[in-house]
Design a protein around this ligand. Structure first.
Ligand code: ZN
Length: 315
């Protein structure tokens, strides 16, 4: 299974949106609330439709405490850019005053490391894997250089807790190499969201959730049947998997992998155009049916936002 989306915790919602839609040039494809906590926004960013594999999502906690990066977490989120776009991105980060390191070489590819405004560790990987993955043509970044989607995720693990075994046996990833303390796994499919690195460090402190950390990583199930089959398998392993939950834009199950990271398996269907047209994605707060009746109350409790597309259309 390749990656469907990665969800992280942000601080100030506006600052989060400005960075990801402005500096990184992703499209905001959905503004909704955390279905388990409707007083918190849930932003989805990705390509023009928010296709599986392109999606990065955030729960902004304006008054939240910073988390601590450490083991038992997805320590870094990697985004894929075209191989020839490295120079463009170096210059863009410099001109926008975004601190970064690199490029460094990893498994034969160039990697730029940076932090988002809340300290979430991001990487831009210049990769041939994006050949054949189209850009969002109308973003602020010239289409030829635009972020194509997720490259992958790096899980930090204290020693060998069993994550590697689960990635292979249940998640359908195969080990493809080792560099330093980094084990690389790949899904069978091509394109974006296909890489999971496992960084094994012994005795490194354990992470704790909070602003600037990843909340969970979701893998991509092509059908409800496949999701149910995985669910049964996980239950058999005694991993405490949730029932199938309706997330409006996909159906999900959640469980904690043996190293402590929250995993989700999400269906590809129905996608983000289920409650607004592709042209209007992300231009207005969308609520699932269960919260429709309390729209006014929910709107009043959420901090006001300037949405990028709405602003562009008005301006
Ligand atoms: Zn999720």
């Amino acid at each position: 299974m390749s990656i469907h989306h990665i969800t992280a915790i942000a601080g100030d919602p506006q600052r989060n949106l400005d960075f990801y839609t402005g500096t990184l040039g992703l499209r905001l494809v959905k503004v909704t609330v955390n279905f388990d906590d409707p007083g918190t926004y849930h932003f989805y960013l990705g390509d023009e439709l928010g296709r599986p594999g392109s999606i990065l999502t955030f729960f902004p906690w304006p008054r939240g405490r910073p988390g601590r990066h450490g083991t038992g977490q997805v320590g870094a989120v990697s985004l894929a850019i075209p191989p020839a776009s490295l120079g463009f991105w170096l210059e863009r980060l410099l001109s926008q005053g975004v601190k970064h390191e690199g490029p460094t070489r990893r498994f034969g590819e160039q990697v730029l490391e940076l932090g988002d405004p809340d300290g979430l560790l991001l990487e831009l990987v210049a990769s041939r894997r994006v050949s054949g993955v189209g850009p969002w043509e109308e973003g602020p970044v010239p289409a030829e250089h635009a972020v194509r989607g997720l490259y992958g995720a790096t899980i930090w693990e204290d020693g060998d807790k069993g994550t590697a075994g689960l990635l292979q046996a249940t998640m359908g990833l195969r080990p493809v190499g080792e560099e330093g303390n980094r084990l690389r796994f790949e899904s069978a499919s091509e394109g974006i969201g296909t890489v999971v690195d496992l960084r094994r460090t012994q005795g490194f402190w354990s992470g704790s959730g909070g602003v600037g950390t990843v909340h969970h990583v979701a893998f991509r199930s092509q059908s409800d049947q496949e999701q149910l089959a995985r669910r049964e398998e996980l239950e058999g392993l005694g991993l405490g998997v949730t029932p199938v939950l309706d997330r409006q834009y996909f159906r999900s199950i959640y469980f904690r992998e043996p190293g402590g990271v929250l995993f989700e398996i999400a269906t590809e269907a129905p996608g983000f155009a289920v409650d607004e047209s592709p042209a209007e994605l992300g231009t207005r707060l969308q609520l699932p049916p269960m919260y429709q009746a309390s729209r006014e109350q929910i709107e009043q409790s959420l901090p006001p936002l300037r949405l990028p597309l709405a602003a562009a259309r008005e301006g």
